[in-house]
Design a protein. Structure first.
Length: 100
């Protein structure tokens, strides 16, 4: 049985790199929408892209744990940073929506 095809996470460095790129574009889109006053669209976008960023970071960590040479530290730390930034913004957005 092939270990690389198990689980719902991304399995290749290429998929992880694409996920990181999508997360980065999502953060820029969130900033741009917030800057022009489209707050509802920005809020929805940050929650969606935060899910992608956390998924990508979890995938990078899992692949790195399995094969140290497959995922570089820069990709791992970069996806982690994007997950923290987008995740933090998404959590604060949800708290504002709930009035907490």
């Amino acid at each position: 049985m092939n270990d690389k095809k198990k689980g719902p996470l991304f399995q290749t460095t290429r998929q992880i790199s694409i996920g990181a790129g999508v997360s980065g574009v999502g953060f820029l889109l969130y900033l741009a929408l917030s800057a022009i006053g489209q707050q509802l669209i920005a809020d929805i976008a940050v929650i969606a892209f935060a899910a992608v960023a956390v998924w990508t970071f979890a995938s990078a960590a899992a692949v790195r744990n399995r094969d140290k040479e497959a995922v570089s530290y820069s990709l791992l730390w970069g996806t982690g940073a994007l997950a923290l930034m987008l995740g933090g913004c998404a959590v604060l957005t949800i708290k504002l929506w709930l009035g907490l």
